[in-house]
Each structure stands twice: as structure tokens, then as C-alpha cells.
Design a protein around this ligand. Structure first.
Ligand SMILES: [Zn+2]
Length: 279
């Protein structure tokens, strides 16, 4: 049972560049949010039609949209894939207006996205677009066909490993051990990526077996490594969950506050991460 009245349910909007980015960075939290009665939508700003070595175009875009839909169903959330071509996203006016209208119609309490420095231009420009929207979603003369947001949502960035110009700074860390199996089932839906494209392009150094059970196991050990909390995150986990659980957490998802949104202070963390308990 949800602890929220329908009106009070926090609304979470995660905006990634490709139809698997949000899953990787916030899939565990999405499951926890959905179970806590929050409304969650994942958005991919591109259709993913460049993310393969043997497939492309409309057929690949359709496949990736179906994978995203299936992953959303596993988590109990909505998954929206926009039709901008993969690898070609630009932070232009059309793209900005599309996102302003999307954010205004969803009315999120929390927006998550990539940090602005990243190897992939689609990640960078998705971040740029979200930042470009952060002020304009409240300006009535911009996209006057959609009502402006009166209250600014909180904004935060997905965790990443990039060090320049600034390394990631943890502001919230969430223990996702209890839902890691479900997160892996979400990622398992993106077969075109984790079992075909990423092993081929070798960006993550994954050697993937053909057997479905074995490949899920390999994906699991890769993701547990990927989601292993930093020392900084570990301090947050101990504070939120107590020393014993905080020390024992294997997998965590972390977020860094973006100063262009509303403040991510203690009260906001308690409201927006209701599964954290007493923070
Ligand atoms: Zn991506």
C-alpha cells in the first residue's frame, strides 16, 4: 500500500540520452519508487537507432522502443522514447521546446539526468537540454501553449566516473541490494545492448556467453561492480541505514544535486526518497 494520497505522490522524471541509460543509472531507485507509490517516468531523448553493429534505422529504433517498454513493465514505470536520431542529438530550440512541454505536462517533483561532461555527445546534450529547460519551464512566454510550472522541481545528476572538470559528488546514496535482481531483469530486456552491442564495441569490457542464464549472471557481476559504492557514498549509506547495513551494502545508486533546480536539502530528500527512512 502506498503511504501517499494520490495528489501527494512524488513524481520522478529521469531523462537519459538512450533507451537504457536511465535503467543503468537509476533502475534500482525506479523500482523502489514504484513500490513506494511514487509516479516514475523514464525518458530517452534519442531513439537509439545507432546503438548496434549489425542493425540500424527504423528497425533498430522499434526494437529498442520495445526493449524499453518491457524494462518499464518490469519496474512498474512508464518509459517514453523520443524520436531524435541516436548520435545526432543537438541542444537546439526544437529539442528544448519538446522537453519543456514534456516536463510541464508531467509536472515532476524530481528530475534526474546526465552530468554535463561525458564522453558521449548525446549524454552531454541531454544534460545541456535539461539545464536549458530548468529556468524556462517557469517562463510563461516560452511555449505558451503549455502551462508553466509554478514550483521548480528538484534536479539531480546520475552518478558517473568522469573526473574533469569536477569528479562526481555524492549528495544522495540509495541501497539497491533488495531490488538488484529486478534491476537486472530490467537490463536483461535491453538484449540489443548488453548482449550484442556493448560486448562488440567493448566499451565496458564485457565478455558475454550465449546461454541466457549465464549471460544474466555475467551481467549481474558486472553491474554489482559498477554499482559498488565509493567511500564517499558509503558514509551516506551508514548515515541513512545505520552502520551495520551501511557497511554491508553491495550495490548503490547515487545522485549529485544540480544547483539549477530546487534545493535538495534534508526535507527534499525525505520527501523524494521515501524509502530512505529517517535521513
Ligand atoms: Zn547512453
Amino acid at each position: 500500500m502506498s503511504k501517499f494520497d494520490t495528489e501527494d505522490r512524488p513524481k520522478i522524471l529521469a531523462i537519459g540520452a538512450h533507451p537504457d541509460d536511465c535503467d543503468v543509472k537509476a533502475g534500482g531507485c525506479a523500482i523502489l519508487w514504484a513500490r513506494a507509490g511514487c509516479v516514475v517516468r523514464f525518458v530517452s531523448t534519442t531513439n537509439g537507432d545507432a546503438g548496434h553493429h549489425e542493425q540500424s534505422g527504423e528497425k533498430l529504433a522499434e526494437r529498442r522502443k520495445a526493449e524499453a517498454k518491457a524494462a518499464g513493465e518490469v519496474a512498474g514505470i512508464e518509459y517514453q522514447v523520443l524520436d531524435n536520431p541516436d548520435g545526432q542529438l543537438v541542444p537546439g530550440l526544437e529539442q528544448r521546446w519538446e522537453l519543456i512541454r514534456l516536463i510541464r505536462s508531467f509536472r515532476p517533483d524530481l528530475i534526474l539526468t546526465h552530468r554535463p561532461n561525458d564522453y558521449h555527445p548525446d549524454h552531454r546534450y541531454t544534460s545541456q537540454l535539461v539545464q536549458d529547460c530548468s529556468y524556462l519551464i517557469g517562463v510563461p512566454n516560452i511555449c505558451p501553449d503549455s502551462p508553466r510550472l509554478e514550483a521548480a522541481p528538484v534536479m539531480a545528476y546520475f552518478w558517473d566516473e568522469f573526473k574533469k572538470p569536477m569528479p562526481f559528488k555524492t549528495d544522495v546514496a540509495v541501497d539497491i541490494d533488495s531490488v538488484m535482481d529486478t534491476k537486472l531483469r530490467m537490463l536483461d530486456c535491453h538484449a540489443s545492448q548488453f548482449y550484442e552491442w556493448l560486448p562488440w564495441i567493448d566499451r565496458h569490457g564485457i565478455q558475454m556467453p550465449d546461454n541466457p542464464g549465464q549471460r544474466l549472471e555475467v551481467l549481474g557481476s558486472f553491474m554489482r561492480q559498477f554499482n559498488r559504492p565509493s567511500e564517499e557514498a558509503r558514509e551516506f549509506l551508514k548515515r541513512y541505514y545505520g552502520d551495520a547495513q551501511g557497511v554491508a551494502v553491495v550495490s548503490a545508486e547515487c545522485f549529485e544535486a544540480c544547483e539549477y533546480g530546487a534545493m535538495l536539502d534534508g526535507a527534499a530528500i525525505r520527501r523524494l526518497f521515501p524509502f530512505l527512512g529517517d535521513v
